[in-house]
Design a protein around this ligand. Structure first.
Ligand code: FUL
Length: 453
């Protein structure tokens, strides 16, 4: 349907997809751009990051739990989803599970309050359930895989649908001193049987992949494609993907607003500038940002964190609400139909489809325009194609190539690429030179001035 619609808009046949492409669920996931992670559990009360699993259940005692407040904070921060650590490595379940003795009491069902609040607040709910379990006596034995699969089923059937299931890569010894051989195909099947639209996160997907660090940074060259050898659970290329990857497994950039993943009384959130840097290095490099904002021992997001998140949203709105390319004239020699102007509209499913692997698109402004940020988006439902973008400028009739150091403007683009120039530049005409593994398909080009008030 989407391809047909796009074809009508450019009055010609839609190009064939190139290589692996996202499922509709992966596309919807990528378009969320910034989501919230909530690490909450016994560690919130003990000061630990990895609980031993031996903590008394009574340790988990929020004094004023309010998941609606988490939802309000996330919505105000412009986030589309929240993922809750329903079970971290200590094995403590934030719902009264039938498959564990280490859980909240039935009248203290945090997962229920969380999913209800998300539904009421119109935000998507996701769930983290750690396969590593330092409490469960069966951990380290073949029976544990069935226990974990039942746990997944219980959560997804009883509390879903969830937009994302987070499978942590950590795997250590259990209380019986044994490590677990995880049955990944069973775990994935269990979730997808209940909810085929759930995006499965792990180091190697299959829905989305770990970016390979916890600092909030994808590589500048970042493919949403990945080569995963059969049965492999790790990749060296989480941050950059594989240009020749045979599967669509985009990068998720998880990072905490505070030094730890869990709330600790003596820690404080990052600044707006630090969050902006993370945003440029994640969303701006074809990744999805999963920003952890841990609730405190009351069960609420602290005021200092929500204040920073509001300011982070306001800063993004300030910079990205005025697209200076709007109203520019567009020209492209290498095009199908009449599509060059489609890069300026905000409709997602309209695009400029070039007809050759090297193709140019010109933006001509009415008057001299000053800018320092360029946003480019590839139409990823047809695959990720672009390998490099150069920019030519016309200061006084002649065209000059703009380089960042000795690099092109950028290498990969993917869903979204945000390019920050070293300093604002003032020009009337910009020529973008694209190169791709297949003719580029671009759905958006926008320019902004981050220094404008
Ligand atoms: C890691 C875990 O070990 C941390 O505790 C945290 O949950 C982080 C998001 O993933 O692998």
């Amino acid at each position: 349907m989407l391809l047909l619609l796009a074809a009508c808009v450019s009055c010609t046949h839609a190009p064939e997809p190139f290589g692996p492409v996202p499922t509709e669920a992966q596309l919807a996931w990528q378009r969320m751009e910034v989501n919230m992670f909530c690490h909450f559990g016994p560690n919130t009360f003990t000061g630990a990051e990895w609980g031993s699993g031996q903590e008394a259940e009574e340790v988990f005692a929020p004094t004023a739990l309010n998941c609606q407040q988490w939802v309000n904070v996330a919505c105000q921060a412009g986030m589309g989803g929240i993922i809750l650590t329903a079970k971290h490595h200590d094995g403590f379940c934030l719902w009264p599970s039938a498959y564990s003795n280490h859980t909240v009491k039935p009248d203290q069902d945090v997962l229920r309050q969380f999913t209800d609040a998300c539904r009421e607040g119109g935000i998507k709910a996701g769930v983290y359930i750690s396969p590593w379990d330092r409490n469960h006596p069966a951990y380290g034995t073949p029976e544990y895989n069935a226990v974990f699969s039942n746990t997944l089923k219980e959560v997804h059937m009883g509390y879903g649908p969830f937009f994302e299931q987070w499978f942590d890569g950590a795997c250590g010894e259990g209380p019986n001193g044994k490590r677990q051989e995880y049955d990944w195909p069973l775990f994935e099947r269990t979730v997808l049987d209940v909810n085929p639209l759930c995006v499965l996160f792990s180091d190697v997907g299959p829905g989305c992949r770990w970016v390979g660090n916890e600092e909030g940074r994808a590589e500048e060259t970042n493919w949403s494609r990945l080569r995963v050898e059969s049965g492999a659970r790790k990749t060296e290329n989480g941050g950059c993907g594989d240009m020749d990857g045979d599967r669509w497994i985009p990068a998720e950039v998880d990072v905490s607003i505070r030094p730890g993943w869990f709330w600790h009384a003596d820690e404080h959130p990052k600044t707006v500038d630090e969050l902006m840097e993370i945003y440029y290095n994640s969303v701006g490099r074809n990744g999805l940002l999963l920003l952890n904002v841990p609730p405190d021992d009351r069960g609420r997001i602290p005021a200092e964190d929500s204040a920073v998140l509001c300011a982070f949203r306001a800063e993004r709105d300030r910079i990205f609400s005025h697209d200076l390319a709007q109203g520019a004239k567009t020209h492209a020699w290498h095009r199908r139909g009449n599509g060059a102007k489609n890069v300026l509209d905000t409709a997602y499913h309209t695009y400029w489809a070039a007809t050759s692997k090297k193709a140019e698109l010109t933006l001509e402004f009415d008057s001299i325009t000053e800018f320092d940020i360029i946003v480019i988006q590839e139409y990823i439902p047809l695959g990720q194609r672009v390998t490099s973008v150069n920019m030519l400028l016309d200061p006084d009739g002649g065209l000059y190539s703009y380089t960042l150091g000795d690099q092109p403007l950028c290498t990969t683009v993917g869903y979204k690429r945000i390019i920050r120039l070293d300093h604002p530049i003032r020009w009337r005409q910009l020529v973008f030179q694209f190169e791709g593994m297949a003719p580029p398909v671009i759905n958006r080009i926008a320019v902004y001035n981050s220094k404008a008030q």
